[in-house]
Design a binder for this molecule. Structure first.
Ligand code: GLP
Length: 237
């Protein structure tokens, strides 16, 4: 695991954006795994900014989001589909047919999970996946207790995760379930970049740094992977 400490959130976002842009420059057919949450917003802003200054081609790039809530329409302001449109999809030349997010309204969410796994394989597998970090160590929506070989599936969200994500559902009930890539699905990505900024990630980062590997702390699965970069800002250290 390769650790980089950046002085602040802005520097972390710039570094993450440069990794993403370099990946699509060196491979225009890159397959990216993409996160949502507050942490990657700066990375997406920076990517969009750089693309407006200097043309970067996303046309042949394929993206797979890590997760999506179950049972809310794509257009809902709290959906990850809406998030991705706002922060990336509407601002770069990604082909909508190459952007993938689990279908929140699938009639059979279990079938949707199997279809999602098949689509990743058909695209050649994830090349570079960016992750955020939950304060309890979750990655995507893989909560503590998730086996490291888990695949894309429907999960119940913990009260703490629902609380953390509640601001996106002002007035509406926060969804109780989500479809998430499994830890095994994420570990199949050839490269992984974990982003963690801010004081509320300090404990989780300290636990990750300890090297302990346990399913009680999902991010510790990343120690099993040969190519993981962790970008942290000084407040998270
Ligand atoms: C959500 C997402 C995760 C994300 C986490 C941390 O639960 N499903 O993928 O990493 O929140 O979010 P934030 O970056 O807002 O702290």
């Amino acid at each position: 695991m390769n650790w980089e400490t950046l002085p602040d959130y802005d520097a972390l976002s710039r570094r993450a954006a440069s990794i993403l842009l370099e990946a699509i420059r060196s491979d225009p057919h890159a397959v990216l795994g993409l996160p949502t949450g507050r942490t990657p917003i700066g990375m997406y802003d920076r990517v969009v900014h750089e693309c407006s200054k200097q043309y970067h081609c996303f046309r042949e790039v394929t993206t797979f989001n890590l997760d999506e809530y179950v049972g809310i329409p794509r257009e809902h302001p709290g959906s990850y589909f809406t998030f991705m449109k706002q922060h990336l999809f509407d601002h770069v030349d990604l082909d909508p047919a190459r952007t993938h997010i689990p279908d929140s309204m699938a009639r059979d969410p279990k079938d949707e999970c199997a279809r999602y796994e098949r689509t990743i394989v058909a695209a050649g597998g994830l090349g570079l996946t960016f992750l955020g970090l939950g304060s309890n160590g979750h990655i995507a929506f893989n909560e503590p207790g998730t086996p490291f070989d888990s695949r894309t599936r429907v999960v119940e969200l913990t009260p703490s995760t629902r609380k953390a994500n509640a601001p996106l559902f002002a007035g509406d009930r926060v969804p109780t379930r989500a479809i998430t890539m499994g830890i095994g699905t994420i570990l199949d990505s050839r490269q992984i970049v974990l982003l963690a900024g801010g004081k509320d990630k300090h404990e989780a980062i300290a636990r990750l740094q300890s090297g302990e590997r346990t399913i009680d702390f999902p991010a510790s699965a990343l120690w099993k992977h040969a190519d993981v970069k962790v970008l942290v800002d000084t407040t998270a250290m």
